[in-house]
Write a protein that binds this ligand. Structure first.
Ligand SMILES: [Zn+2]
Length: 208
């Protein structure tokens, strides 16, 4: 059997959304290392229903997810499974996606700044899918940690080139990512420079 792999390049500071069928595998590949990737999934039969960090917290009763864990929607349907992780394994589940006001308010940036919220909205427009909201993303490779059981602390991502997270779609879904354009604080690697990532998809049909 020859397994085919579809590669979607996600340029630095940009977003991409692809349709996955139940059973498809997607690797989020940190090609150059250190890049934070905001990650979302939406049910294809109801794009208002989204992979929910809050519901998934309660499902597992912890803040960080591990390989083998299911990720569920705001309607408690399992939408993806966390299959494999070759990275250091810290993936923030608490921070909302960056947006234009967040760069103004928290970092004093004047004028427009690329942001993950607009990247997601733009992908809905490009695919012609009804847009409802920007849910809290699963911030893959983002090493915001909880200290003293209460305090949040941003650390630079220590993900190395080529490390990846593998997910499996459990229902037909739209899968979206944004290569976070944050360049005003150092979360994207040691130098804070946003970089490209890739999605590697193996279709369930091609593996049967
Ligand atoms: Zn961002």
């Amino acid at each position: 059997m020859t397994e085919t792999m579809e590669i979607t390049k996600v340029p630095a500071r940009r977003g991409r959304m692809i349709a996955l069928d139940a059973g498809d595998l997607v690797d989020i590949v940190n090609v150059h290392g250190g890049q934070v990737v905001d990650t979302w999934a939406f049910a294809r039969d109801n794009p208002a229903e989204y992979m929910s960090m809050e519901h998934s917290h309660v499902l597992h009763y912890r803040l960080n997810f591990r390989p083998g864990d299911a990720l569920c929607t705001d309607n408690w349907r399992t939408i993806m499974t966390f299959v494999e992780d070759t990275s250091p394994g810290i993936h923030d589940t608490l921070c909302p996606a960056c947006c234009e006001p967040s760069y103004n308010i928290f970092y004093g940036h004047e004028g427009y700044h690329d942001n993950c919220s607009d990247n997601l909205k733009g992908q809905f427009e490009e695919l012609g899918v009804p847009f409802h909201r920007v849910p809290t993303p699963w911030n893959l490779f983002m090493e915001t940690i909880v200290e003293n059981s209460n305090d949040l602390k941003d650390m630079p991502s220590t993900t190395r080139p080529g490390q990846y997270v593998r997910l499996r779609a459990e229902i037909d879904c739209y899968f979206a990512v944004s290569a976070c354009p944050q360049d005003l604080i150092v979360i994207n690697g040691d130098d804070g420079v946003p970089r490209d990532v890739e999605l590697h998809v193996r279709r369930a049909g091609s593996r049967s």
